[in-house]
Design a protein around this ligand. Structure first.
Ligand code: MG
Ligand code: MG
Length: 264
């Protein structure tokens, strides 16, 4: 069942979604060659808890950390570890915060200085595809229109659109109905209605779209080891058009102030 939210509920969801962006900004300030992903995870957890919120991912389905940190060929669900950041890395960081009983869920892919030109374009196109998908989120359009838009844009660059994972409804819990696929046929799927709140999250690969899940039960990497990117926003569908509940503003300010990162 798709859980429709009232205007008041949508307003209540914003602080959680915005806290995710502020957490990712805090993490972005700490990204530098040599820092471990485990350290970045504790930065996020401390920040979230200091804002009277709970890291949604920790313990979710047994996930051991507050962030998913997925480097280069890791698409999503990378587990923070002693692995250290290197020059030229592509780092996708996904974060969830539960605040006042609402969940925010957002992801951003960071470019460490020295990134390859082909990776730079992948990040740019993946972020653009997210916004192109959001534009489609008008009352009366369909989920298939959204998936088609993301898929056709990314595939026009020769990129792979991961099929095994998708976006979702978001609300009091992280994963609500419906599934929000990043591929699809125009005019197909559920109709978009006022009050639907969705987490839209294209996961795009530079090469082949096939992925493999590792024996840790989480880590998902490209089969051909090509780089992957992942951007995610929470949105609400309103009569006035899509309303983005999360924000990349604080994240992008933090990137600009960190000489180890490149804003794409
Ligand atoms: Mg997420
Ligand atoms: Mg999500």
């Amino acid at each position: 069942m798709i859980r429709i939210k009232t205007k008041e509920e949508i307003e209540q969801m914003k602080p959680a979604a915005l806290l995710v962006g502020r957490t990712l900004a805090e993490v972005a300030r700490r990204i530098e060659p040599g820092v471990s992903t485990e350290t970045l995870d504790s930065v996020a957890e401390d920040f979230i808890r200091s804002h009277k919120a709970v890291p949604t991912f920790k313990g979710y389905g047994g996930f051991p950390a507050s962030l998913c940190i997925s480097i280069n060929e890791v698409v999503v669900h990378g587990i923070p570890s002693k692995r250290v950041i290197k020059q030229g890395d592509v780092i996708s960081i996904d974060c969830g915060c539960t605040l006042n009983d609402w969940v925010g869920d957002s992801a951003y892919t960071f470019a460490v200085k020295g990134i390859k030109e082909e990776d730079r374009q992948l990040l740019k196109v993946t972020k653009e595809s997210l916004y192109k998908g959001i534009e489609v989120c008008q009352v009366g359009r369909r989920l298939g229109d959204l998936g088609y838009t993301i898929q056709s844009y990314c595939e026009s660059f020769g990129y792979g659109v991961v099929r095994e994972l998708c976006g979702h409804g978001v609300g009091h819990v992280m994963h609500e109905e419906p599934s929000v696929l990043n591929y699809g046929r125009r005019g197909s799927g559920a109709k978009l209605r006022e009050g639907m709140t969705l987490a839209i999250e294209p996961m795009i690969t530079l090469g082949n779209r096939e992925v493999v899940f590792h024996s840790d039960g989480w880590t998902c990497t490209t089969v051909d080891n090509s780089t992957a990117a992942h951007f995610e926003h929470d949105i609400a569908i309103t009569e006035e058009g899509p309303m983005i509940l999360s924000s990349f503003e604080a994240i992008e300010e933090a990137i600009k102030s960190n000489s180890n990162l490149e804003l794409i």
